[in-house]
Design a protein. Structure first.
Length: 357
Protein backbone atom coordinates (compact mmCIF):
# COMPACT_ATOMS: atom_id res chain seq x y z
CA UNK A 1 0.00 0.00 0.00
CA UNK A 2 1.55 3.33 -1.09
CA UNK A 3 0.90 6.98 -0.22
CA UNK A 4 1.12 6.26 3.53
CA UNK A 5 0.40 9.33 5.68
CA UNK A 6 -0.61 11.30 2.60
CA UNK A 7 -3.53 13.67 2.47
CA UNK A 8 -4.63 14.35 -1.08
CA UNK A 9 -6.98 17.08 -2.24
CA UNK A 10 -8.87 15.83 -5.30
CA UNK A 11 -10.63 18.72 -7.04
CA UNK A 12 -13.53 17.68 -9.29
CA UNK A 13 -13.76 14.44 -7.30
CA UNK A 14 -17.50 14.12 -7.96
CA UNK A 15 -16.91 13.97 -11.72
CA UNK A 16 -16.36 10.98 -13.99
CA UNK A 17 -12.57 10.65 -13.66
CA UNK A 18 -12.21 12.28 -10.24
CA UNK A 19 -14.62 9.79 -8.67
CA UNK A 20 -12.71 6.87 -10.25
CA UNK A 21 -9.48 8.32 -8.83
CA UNK A 22 -11.01 8.59 -5.35
CA UNK A 23 -12.38 5.03 -5.45
CA UNK A 24 -8.98 3.78 -6.61
CA UNK A 25 -6.87 5.71 -4.06
CA UNK A 26 -9.08 4.76 -1.11
CA UNK A 27 -9.08 1.10 -2.12
CA UNK A 28 -5.46 0.69 -3.17
CA UNK A 29 -3.54 3.08 -0.88
CA UNK A 30 -3.60 4.35 2.69
CA UNK A 31 -4.01 8.02 1.72
CA UNK A 32 -6.66 10.36 3.10
CA UNK A 33 -8.78 12.13 0.49
CA UNK A 34 -10.52 15.49 0.57
CA UNK A 35 -12.87 15.80 -2.40
CA UNK A 36 -13.31 19.48 -3.39
CA UNK A 37 -16.14 19.93 -5.86
CA UNK A 38 -18.79 22.61 -6.34
CA UNK A 39 -21.22 20.05 -7.81
CA UNK A 40 -21.98 21.39 -11.29
CA UNK A 41 -24.46 19.59 -13.58
CA UNK A 42 -21.69 17.03 -14.33
CA UNK A 43 -21.10 16.02 -10.72
CA UNK A 44 -22.51 12.85 -9.26
CA UNK A 45 -21.91 11.87 -5.66
CA UNK A 46 -23.63 8.51 -6.32
CA UNK A 47 -20.36 7.47 -7.97
CA UNK A 48 -18.80 7.70 -4.50
CA UNK A 49 -21.50 5.93 -2.48
CA UNK A 50 -19.21 2.89 -1.98
CA UNK A 51 -16.55 5.03 -0.26
CA UNK A 52 -18.55 7.90 1.23
CA UNK A 53 -18.46 6.45 4.75
CA UNK A 54 -14.73 5.64 4.61
CA UNK A 55 -12.92 7.28 7.57
CA UNK A 56 -10.21 8.46 5.16
CA UNK A 57 -12.67 10.38 2.95
CA UNK A 58 -14.05 13.92 3.34
CA UNK A 59 -16.10 16.06 0.97
CA UNK A 60 -16.23 19.85 0.76
CA UNK A 61 -18.59 21.61 -1.64
CA UNK A 62 -16.71 24.58 -2.99
CA UNK A 63 -15.35 26.08 -6.19
CA UNK A 64 -11.66 26.17 -7.07
CA UNK A 65 -12.33 29.82 -7.96
CA UNK A 66 -12.91 30.57 -4.24
CA UNK A 67 -9.43 31.37 -2.93
CA UNK A 68 -10.54 32.22 0.61
CA UNK A 69 -12.34 28.92 1.09
CA UNK A 70 -9.42 26.99 -0.43
CA UNK A 71 -7.00 28.73 1.95
CA UNK A 72 -9.02 27.55 4.95
CA UNK A 73 -9.01 23.98 3.63
CA UNK A 74 -5.24 24.01 3.15
CA UNK A 75 -4.77 25.18 6.75
CA UNK A 76 -7.25 22.65 8.13
CA UNK A 77 -6.14 19.51 6.26
CA UNK A 78 -2.48 20.30 5.42
CA UNK A 79 -2.40 18.21 2.21
CA UNK A 80 0.72 16.50 0.90
CA UNK A 81 -0.65 16.65 -2.66
CA UNK A 82 -3.37 18.18 -4.85
CA UNK A 83 -4.81 16.45 -7.92
CA UNK A 84 -6.65 18.99 -10.05
CA UNK A 85 -9.50 17.44 -12.02
CA UNK A 86 -12.07 20.22 -11.53
CA UNK A 87 -13.06 21.47 -14.95
CA UNK A 88 -15.78 22.10 -17.46
CA UNK A 89 -15.11 19.12 -19.72
CA UNK A 90 -17.56 18.97 -22.63
CA UNK A 91 -16.38 20.35 -26.00
CA UNK A 92 -19.92 20.88 -27.35
CA UNK A 93 -20.90 22.98 -24.32
CA UNK A 94 -17.72 25.05 -24.75
CA UNK A 95 -18.92 25.96 -28.25
CA UNK A 96 -22.35 27.07 -26.98
CA UNK A 97 -21.22 28.80 -23.77
CA UNK A 98 -17.47 29.24 -23.29
CA UNK A 99 -17.60 31.60 -20.28
CA UNK A 100 -17.72 28.86 -17.63
CA UNK A 101 -14.74 27.17 -19.30
CA UNK A 102 -12.67 30.33 -18.99
CA UNK A 103 -13.81 30.76 -15.40
CA UNK A 104 -13.19 27.28 -14.01
CA UNK A 105 -10.48 25.94 -16.29
CA UNK A 106 -8.32 29.08 -16.45
CA UNK A 107 -9.26 31.36 -13.53
CA UNK A 108 -9.95 28.40 -11.22
CA UNK A 109 -6.58 26.82 -12.00
CA UNK A 110 -4.90 30.19 -11.38
CA UNK A 111 -6.63 30.57 -8.00
CA UNK A 112 -5.72 27.00 -7.05
CA UNK A 113 -2.08 27.59 -8.05
CA UNK A 114 -1.91 30.73 -5.94
CA UNK A 115 -3.34 28.95 -2.89
CA UNK A 116 -1.01 25.96 -3.42
CA UNK A 117 1.93 28.35 -3.62
CA UNK A 118 0.92 30.30 -0.51
CA UNK A 119 0.53 27.05 1.44
CA UNK A 120 3.69 25.46 0.00
CA UNK A 121 5.82 28.46 0.95
CA UNK A 122 4.78 27.96 4.59
CA UNK A 123 5.93 24.31 4.67
CA UNK A 124 9.22 22.98 6.05
CA UNK A 125 11.92 22.11 3.53
CA UNK A 126 11.14 18.40 3.86
CA UNK A 127 7.40 19.02 3.42
CA UNK A 128 8.07 21.27 0.42
CA UNK A 129 10.14 18.53 -1.22
CA UNK A 130 7.30 16.06 -0.77
CA UNK A 131 4.43 18.29 -1.97
CA UNK A 132 2.97 17.77 -5.47
CA UNK A 133 0.34 19.47 -7.59
CA UNK A 134 -0.79 17.03 -10.29
CA UNK A 135 -2.74 18.89 -12.98
CA UNK A 136 -4.90 16.62 -15.14
CA UNK A 137 -5.21 17.76 -18.73
CA UNK A 138 -6.14 16.46 -22.14
CA UNK A 139 -4.63 15.51 -25.49
CA UNK A 140 -6.99 18.05 -27.09
CA UNK A 141 -4.45 20.79 -26.25
CA UNK A 142 -2.33 19.40 -29.13
CA UNK A 143 -5.01 19.99 -31.77
CA UNK A 144 -5.77 17.50 -34.51
CA UNK A 145 -3.73 14.76 -36.25
CA UNK A 146 -3.90 13.52 -39.85
CA UNK A 147 -3.99 9.77 -40.41
CA UNK A 148 -0.32 9.31 -39.38
CA UNK A 149 1.60 9.96 -36.15
CA UNK A 150 0.79 10.41 -32.46
CA UNK A 151 0.89 13.13 -29.82
CA UNK A 152 3.66 12.87 -27.24
CA UNK A 153 5.17 15.07 -24.52
CA UNK A 154 7.07 17.12 -27.12
CA UNK A 155 4.06 17.91 -29.32
CA UNK A 156 3.46 21.63 -29.89
CA UNK A 157 0.26 23.03 -28.36
CA UNK A 158 -2.41 23.93 -30.95
CA UNK A 159 -5.82 23.84 -29.23
CA UNK A 160 -8.82 24.21 -31.54
CA UNK A 161 -11.99 24.33 -29.41
CA UNK A 162 -12.79 26.78 -26.61
CA UNK A 163 -12.52 23.81 -24.21
CA UNK A 164 -9.09 22.79 -25.53
CA UNK A 165 -7.86 26.40 -25.44
CA UNK A 166 -8.98 26.76 -21.82
CA UNK A 167 -7.17 23.54 -20.87
CA UNK A 168 -4.05 24.63 -22.78
CA UNK A 169 -4.09 27.94 -20.86
CA UNK A 170 -4.31 26.09 -17.56
CA UNK A 171 -1.38 23.82 -18.53
CA UNK A 172 0.72 26.90 -19.34
CA UNK A 173 -0.13 28.47 -15.98
CA UNK A 174 0.90 25.28 -14.15
CA UNK A 175 4.16 25.14 -16.08
CA UNK A 176 4.89 28.80 -15.26
CA UNK A 177 4.26 28.28 -11.52
CA UNK A 178 6.89 25.52 -11.60
CA UNK A 179 9.44 27.46 -13.63
CA UNK A 180 8.98 30.79 -11.89
CA UNK A 181 8.16 29.90 -8.29
CA UNK A 182 9.43 26.32 -8.00
CA UNK A 183 5.99 24.96 -7.05
CA UNK A 184 6.38 21.16 -7.59
CA UNK A 185 3.91 20.44 -10.36
CA UNK A 186 3.34 17.60 -12.83
CA UNK A 187 0.97 17.70 -15.82
CA UNK A 188 -0.70 14.72 -17.49
CA UNK A 189 -2.39 14.83 -20.92
CA UNK A 190 -4.66 11.92 -21.58
CA UNK A 191 -6.91 10.67 -24.34
CA UNK A 192 -10.68 10.02 -24.28
CA UNK A 193 -11.78 8.12 -21.19
CA UNK A 194 -14.77 5.78 -21.06
CA UNK A 195 -16.39 3.53 -18.47
CA UNK A 196 -19.06 3.59 -15.74
CA UNK A 197 -20.48 6.89 -14.38
CA UNK A 198 -19.66 8.79 -17.60
CA UNK A 199 -22.08 11.72 -17.96
CA UNK A 200 -24.60 10.98 -20.78
CA UNK A 201 -23.56 13.97 -22.91
CA UNK A 202 -20.35 12.19 -24.03
CA UNK A 203 -20.25 9.93 -27.13
CA UNK A 204 -20.26 6.45 -25.58
CA UNK A 205 -22.93 6.88 -22.85
CA UNK A 206 -24.96 9.12 -25.19
CA UNK A 207 -25.15 6.34 -27.79
CA UNK A 208 -25.83 3.59 -25.25
CA UNK A 209 -28.73 5.48 -23.69
CA UNK A 210 -30.22 6.47 -27.03
CA UNK A 211 -29.72 2.93 -28.35
CA UNK A 212 -31.51 1.46 -25.31
CA UNK A 213 -34.47 3.75 -26.09
CA UNK A 214 -34.29 2.88 -29.81
CA UNK A 215 -33.79 6.54 -30.73
CA UNK A 216 -31.70 7.83 -33.68
CA UNK A 217 -27.94 7.69 -33.00
CA UNK A 218 -26.46 11.04 -34.11
CA UNK A 219 -22.96 10.57 -35.57
CA UNK A 220 -21.28 13.91 -36.33
CA UNK A 221 -20.00 14.45 -39.89
CA UNK A 222 -18.88 11.29 -41.70
CA UNK A 223 -18.15 9.34 -38.50
CA UNK A 224 -14.51 8.87 -39.45
CA UNK A 225 -13.07 11.07 -36.69
CA UNK A 226 -10.74 8.98 -34.55
CA UNK A 227 -10.38 8.94 -30.76
CA UNK A 228 -7.91 6.89 -28.66
CA UNK A 229 -9.97 5.26 -25.90
CA UNK A 230 -8.72 4.76 -22.34
CA UNK A 231 -10.67 2.87 -19.69
CA UNK A 232 -11.25 5.23 -16.76
CA UNK A 233 -9.87 2.79 -14.16
CA UNK A 234 -6.63 2.46 -16.13
CA UNK A 235 -6.43 6.25 -16.09
CA UNK A 236 -7.05 6.41 -12.32
CA UNK A 237 -4.20 3.93 -11.82
CA UNK A 238 -1.91 6.00 -14.07
CA UNK A 239 -2.65 9.23 -12.18
CA UNK A 240 -1.97 7.60 -8.81
CA UNK A 241 1.34 6.26 -10.11
CA UNK A 242 2.35 9.65 -11.54
CA UNK A 243 1.58 11.24 -8.18
CA UNK A 244 3.74 8.68 -6.37
CA UNK A 245 6.61 8.29 -8.82
CA UNK A 246 6.40 11.03 -11.47
CA UNK A 247 9.23 13.55 -11.84
CA UNK A 248 8.46 17.13 -10.82
CA UNK A 249 8.27 19.57 -13.73
CA UNK A 250 7.58 16.75 -16.22
CA UNK A 251 4.52 16.01 -18.31
CA UNK A 252 3.17 12.53 -19.05
CA UNK A 253 0.99 11.59 -22.03
CA UNK A 254 -1.50 8.85 -21.13
CA UNK A 255 -3.44 6.86 -23.71
CA UNK A 256 -5.10 3.53 -24.27
CA UNK A 257 -3.47 2.53 -27.58
CA UNK A 258 -7.05 1.95 -28.75
CA UNK A 259 -7.78 4.13 -31.75
CA UNK A 260 -11.25 3.75 -33.22
CA UNK A 261 -13.41 5.78 -35.59
CA UNK A 262 -16.55 7.14 -33.97
CA UNK A 263 -18.63 5.13 -36.44
CA UNK A 264 -16.99 1.85 -35.45
CA UNK A 265 -17.50 2.65 -31.74
CA UNK A 266 -21.20 3.34 -32.35
CA UNK A 267 -21.58 0.17 -34.45
CA UNK A 268 -20.02 -1.90 -31.66
CA UNK A 269 -22.39 -0.34 -29.11
CA UNK A 270 -25.32 -1.27 -31.39
CA UNK A 271 -24.10 -4.87 -31.61
CA UNK A 272 -23.67 -5.19 -27.83
CA UNK A 273 -27.16 -3.78 -27.22
CA UNK A 274 -28.64 -6.14 -29.82
CA UNK A 275 -27.03 -9.06 -27.96
CA UNK A 276 -28.20 -7.96 -24.51
CA UNK A 277 -31.66 -6.78 -25.49
CA UNK A 278 -32.75 -7.39 -29.12
CA UNK A 279 -34.97 -4.65 -30.57
CA UNK A 280 -38.22 -5.52 -32.35
CA UNK A 281 -37.30 -3.28 -35.33
CA UNK A 282 -34.09 -5.26 -36.05
CA UNK A 283 -30.46 -4.16 -35.79
CA UNK A 284 -29.75 -0.95 -33.91
CA UNK A 285 -27.20 -0.10 -36.61
CA UNK A 286 -30.27 1.04 -38.58
CA UNK A 287 -30.66 3.86 -36.04
CA UNK A 288 -27.29 5.43 -36.98
CA UNK A 289 -27.92 8.89 -38.43
CA UNK A 290 -25.22 11.16 -39.83
CA UNK A 291 -25.84 14.71 -38.59
CA UNK A 292 -24.26 18.15 -39.06
CA UNK A 293 -20.63 18.12 -37.99
CA UNK A 294 -19.30 19.72 -34.79
CA UNK A 295 -17.82 23.16 -35.67
CA UNK A 296 -14.01 22.90 -35.74
CA UNK A 297 -14.22 19.14 -35.16
CA UNK A 298 -10.74 17.65 -34.55
CA UNK A 299 -10.17 14.78 -36.97
CA UNK A 300 -7.94 12.43 -35.04
CA UNK A 301 -6.35 12.07 -31.59
CA UNK A 302 -3.79 9.38 -30.73
CA UNK A 303 -1.32 9.22 -27.86
CA UNK A 304 2.16 7.77 -27.80
CA UNK A 305 2.31 6.80 -24.12
CA UNK A 306 5.73 5.14 -24.23
CA UNK A 307 7.22 7.60 -21.69
CA UNK A 308 4.88 6.61 -18.83
CA UNK A 309 5.17 2.95 -19.88
CA UNK A 310 8.98 3.07 -19.93
CA UNK A 311 9.66 5.34 -16.95
CA UNK A 312 6.86 4.43 -14.54
CA UNK A 313 5.97 0.91 -15.70
CA UNK A 314 2.30 1.77 -16.34
CA UNK A 315 0.34 0.11 -19.13
CA UNK A 316 -3.37 0.25 -19.97
CA UNK A 317 -4.75 -3.16 -18.96
CA UNK A 318 -8.26 -2.98 -20.37
CA UNK A 319 -8.71 -4.14 -23.95
CA UNK A 320 -11.14 -1.78 -25.74
CA UNK A 321 -13.64 -4.44 -26.88
CA UNK A 322 -13.84 -5.90 -23.39
CA UNK A 323 -14.05 -2.41 -21.79
CA UNK A 324 -16.81 -1.34 -24.17
CA UNK A 325 -18.80 -4.53 -23.52
CA UNK A 326 -18.46 -3.96 -19.76
CA UNK A 327 -19.50 -0.33 -20.14
CA UNK A 328 -22.60 -1.14 -22.21
CA UNK A 329 -23.57 -3.76 -19.63
CA UNK A 330 -23.02 -1.25 -16.79
CA UNK A 331 -25.45 1.26 -18.37
CA UNK A 332 -27.92 -1.55 -19.06
CA UNK A 333 -27.80 -2.69 -15.43
CA UNK A 334 -27.68 0.83 -13.91
CA UNK A 335 -30.59 2.48 -15.66
CA UNK A 336 -31.58 4.22 -12.42
CA UNK A 337 -28.23 6.07 -12.33
CA UNK A 338 -28.72 7.75 -15.71
CA UNK A 339 -32.52 7.93 -15.51
CA UNK A 340 -32.07 10.09 -12.37
CA UNK A 341 -29.84 12.43 -14.40
CA UNK A 342 -32.55 12.69 -17.08
CA UNK A 343 -35.20 13.22 -14.38
CA UNK A 344 -33.14 16.07 -12.88
CA UNK A 345 -33.63 17.90 -16.20
CA UNK A 346 -30.70 16.88 -18.43
CA UNK A 347 -32.09 16.73 -21.96
CA UNK A 348 -30.28 14.20 -24.12
CA UNK A 349 -30.38 16.55 -27.13
CA UNK A 350 -27.85 17.97 -29.60
CA UNK A 351 -25.36 20.47 -28.13
CA UNK A 352 -22.58 22.48 -29.74
CA UNK A 353 -24.28 24.08 -32.73
CA UNK A 354 -25.27 27.29 -30.95
CA UNK A 355 -23.91 30.77 -31.37
CA UNK A 356 -21.24 31.64 -28.80
CA UNK A 357 -22.79 33.80 -26.08
P1 LIG B 1 -16.51 15.82 -15.50
O1 LIG B 1 -17.16 16.91 -16.27
O2 LIG B 1 -17.14 14.48 -15.44
O3 LIG B 1 -16.30 16.28 -13.97
C1 LIG B 1 -15.80 17.53 -13.63
C2 LIG B 1 -16.04 17.75 -12.13
O4 LIG B 1 -15.48 19.03 -11.77
C3 LIG B 1 -17.53 17.79 -11.75
O5 LIG B 1 -17.75 17.00 -10.61
C4 LIG B 1 -17.79 19.26 -11.44
O6 LIG B 1 -18.78 19.47 -10.46
C5 LIG B 1 -16.42 19.71 -10.96
N1 LIG B 1 -16.21 21.15 -11.11
C6 LIG B 1 -16.48 21.91 -12.22
N2 LIG B 1 -16.20 23.20 -11.97
C7 LIG B 1 -15.70 23.24 -10.71
C8 LIG B 1 -15.22 24.29 -9.86
N3 LIG B 1 -15.19 25.56 -10.31
N4 LIG B 1 -14.79 23.99 -8.63
C9 LIG B 1 -14.82 22.70 -8.18
N5 LIG B 1 -15.28 21.68 -8.91
C10 LIG B 1 -15.71 21.96 -10.16
O7 LIG B 1 -15.03 15.73 -16.07
P2 LIG B 1 -14.08 14.46 -16.23
O8 LIG B 1 -14.39 13.79 -17.50
O9 LIG B 1 -14.10 13.71 -14.96
O10 LIG B 1 -12.67 15.20 -16.42
C11 LIG B 1 -11.82 15.45 -15.31
C12 LIG B 1 -10.58 16.16 -15.82
O11 LIG B 1 -9.92 15.34 -16.78
C13 LIG B 1 -10.86 17.49 -16.53
O12 LIG B 1 -9.84 18.39 -16.21
C14 LIG B 1 -10.80 17.13 -18.00
O13 LIG B 1 -10.40 18.24 -18.76
C15 LIG B 1 -9.74 16.05 -17.99
N6 LIG B 1 -9.84 15.08 -19.10
C16 LIG B 1 -10.98 14.36 -19.30
C17 LIG B 1 -11.02 13.41 -20.32
C18 LIG B 1 -12.24 12.58 -20.60
O14 LIG B 1 -12.24 11.81 -21.56
N7 LIG B 1 -13.30 12.66 -19.79
C19 LIG B 1 -9.91 13.22 -21.12
C20 LIG B 1 -8.77 13.98 -20.90
C21 LIG B 1 -8.75 14.89 -19.85
O1 LIG C 1 -23.54 12.66 -30.19
C1 LIG C 1 -22.33 12.65 -30.48
N1 LIG C 1 -21.95 12.26 -31.73
C2 LIG C 1 -20.65 12.24 -32.14
O2 LIG C 1 -20.36 11.88 -33.30
C3 LIG C 1 -21.30 13.05 -29.56
C4 LIG C 1 -21.68 13.49 -28.16
C5 LIG C 1 -19.99 13.03 -29.99
N2 LIG C 1 -19.68 12.65 -31.24
C6 LIG C 1 -18.26 12.61 -31.65
C7 LIG C 1 -17.46 13.87 -31.41
C8 LIG C 1 -16.07 13.34 -31.14
O3 LIG C 1 -15.38 13.10 -32.36
O4 LIG C 1 -17.64 11.62 -30.84
C9 LIG C 1 -16.30 11.99 -30.47
C10 LIG C 1 -16.20 12.04 -28.97
O5 LIG C 1 -16.97 13.14 -28.53
P1 LIG C 1 -17.05 13.54 -26.98
O6 LIG C 1 -17.53 12.37 -26.20
O7 LIG C 1 -17.80 14.82 -26.88
O8 LIG C 1 -15.49 13.71 -26.62
P2 LIG C 1 -14.33 14.64 -27.19
O9 LIG C 1 -14.86 15.83 -27.86
O10 LIG C 1 -13.40 13.75 -27.97
O11 LIG C 1 -13.64 15.08 -25.79
C11 LIG C 1 -13.43 14.11 -24.75
O12 LIG C 1 -12.11 13.64 -24.74
C12 LIG C 1 -11.11 14.55 -24.35
C13 LIG C 1 -13.77 14.70 -23.38
O13 LIG C 1 -15.11 15.18 -23.40
C14 LIG C 1 -12.82 15.80 -22.99
O14 LIG C 1 -13.10 16.26 -21.68
C15 LIG C 1 -11.43 15.23 -23.04
O15 LIG C 1 -10.48 16.24 -22.78
Amino acid sequence: MGLKESTIFVTGGAGFIGSAVIRHVLTETEAQIVNIDNLTYAANLDALSAVASNQRYAFRKLSICDGTALRELFLKFRPTAVMNLAAESHVDRSIDAPAEFIQTNIVGTFVLLQECLRYWRGLSTAEQARFRLLHVSTDEVFGSLDSEGCFNEQTRYAPNSPYAASKASSDHLVRAWWHTYGLPTIVTNCSNNYGPYHFPEKLIPHMIIKGMSNEPLPVYGDGNNVRDWLYVEDHARALTLVLEKGVVGETYAIGGRSERTNLSVVESICDHLDDISPASHGSRRDLITFVQDRPGHDRRYAIDCSKIERELGWRAKMDFSEGLAKTVMWYYENRKWWQDILNRGYRNTRLGLGEAK
